[in-house]
Design a protein around this ligand. Structure first.
Ligand code: NCD
Ligand code: ZN
Length: 345
């Protein structure tokens, strides 16, 4: 097979950042995705429908000429989010989820939830109104090893949460472990997960063997080979609970290559090619379209895209760096060769 045609995909987990960087981040995603769930972890975070409206306007203004890229906005859940905010969000028509960051779990999560007990009324309203809860699934307790934080979250927090709210729709974002994949597979259809390209392609050796590679550092952190294999199995299984979410999370080169480097891989530009490589490696390219273009919209109750994209089996070299506002960002696998490329790119 020299090429594969797909219904146009969407990205169900994306960090676009803000300000001058939007010109580059929006163009990168709009080059292949029709829509994206836009994460709200700005500084300050997008906690209200009013803030989401103005962020959405800035994203729309940054679209390349002629682009119909549609940002699907999210709210950042805090200990103080009011149930009425959920009504405003749903009634807006442009807010499609609420993001739960356990306080301190990742980039700009200081305003996140300290204890879910503060959020029960909001979660009940979300369940009533059908607004999904998008979860960064890691505990933040200092005594829990960073490689165990997702597994412990699944046992301690996610399981009970899903039982306590039997109507709540949940997306476990960027799953990284065998444990999270099993949990989602065994849960009812209202519980889904996104999977990133990096967690399908590499394990923690890529980040730590032969030198420390900050551009492979993201959260949740890369895990073992056994976990990677479980994620590939989930993504290529045809189970509609698993769909594409890049978690593309650009940071300027200086913020990554530093004494205390930021978490996040910038995959937005070549994400589709990266996913194709992961699916092709297990002979499952025929399953890519459903994962990339069908299961996400079905979960979110949105129409499938009408457009098409074509991936060719032809090599391309990833740019060494890209502009990022006034700074630079290093794409994931910068300077390396990819096995696929988008036709026309
Ligand atoms: C994300 C970011 O930089 O905003 N970083 C990451 O490593 N994924 C935050 C997140 O999704 O955890
Ligand atoms: Zn993210």
């Amino acid at each position: 097979m020299d090429f594969i045609d797909l219904r146009q995909p969407d990205d169900w987990h994306l960090h676009l950042r803000d300000g001058a960087a939007l010109a580059q981040t929006v163009a990168a995603s709009a080059s292949w995705a029709a829509r994206a769930i836009v994460m709200p972890n700005l500084k300050p975070p997008v906690t209200t429908t009013a803030l989401a409206r103005s962020y959405r306007d800035r994203i729309l203004a940054a679209r390349p000429e002629g682009s119909n890229f549609e940002p699907l906005m999210t709210l950042y859940l805090t200990d103080n989010t009011a149930a009425e905010e959920i009504d405003r969000a749903v009634d807006s028509g442009f807010v499609h989820g609420v993001k739960l960051y356990p306080s301190g779990a990742t980039t700009n999560s200081d305003h996140g939830v300290s204890d879910l007990a503060h959020c029960e009324a909001v979660l009940e309203r979300m369940a009533e109104r059908g607004l999904p809860l998008l979860i960064h699934g890691e505990v933040t307790d200092a005594e829990v090893d960073i490689f165990d934080r997702e597994r412990v979250f699944v046992e301690r927090t996610l399981g009970p949460l899903v039982e306590r709210h039997p109507e709540l729709r949940v997306v476990v974002e960027h799953i990284t472990t065998h444990d999270a994949a099993s949990f989602v597979r065994e849960s009812p259809a209202r519980v889904a997960a996104t999977i990133t390209p990096q967690h399908l392609l590499v394990n923690r050796n890529a980040m730590l063997v032969g030198g420390i590679r900050p551009h492979y550092y993201c959260l949740p952190i890369l895990k073992r080979e056994r976990d990677r294999q479980a994620l590939v199995e989930a993504a290529t299984s045809g189970d509609p609970s698993f769909f594409l979410g890049t978690d593309s999370a650009p940071h300027a080169v200086g913020a990554k290559e530093s004494d205390c480097g930021c978490a996040g891989c910038f995959t937005a530009l070549n994400a589709l090619e990266l996913y194709a490589e992961a699916f092709d490696a297990v002979g499952a390219l025929d399953r890519l379209e459903a994962f990339a273009s069908e299961f996400g919209p079905r979960f979110y109750g949105l129409p499938l895209n009408e457009g098409r994209v074509r991936l060719e089996r032809a090599t391309q070299t990833v740019a060494a760096s890209m502009p990022f506002g006034e700074l630079e960002v290093r794409p994931f696998r910068a300077g390396e060769t990819l096995a696929f490329r988008r036709a026309g790119s």
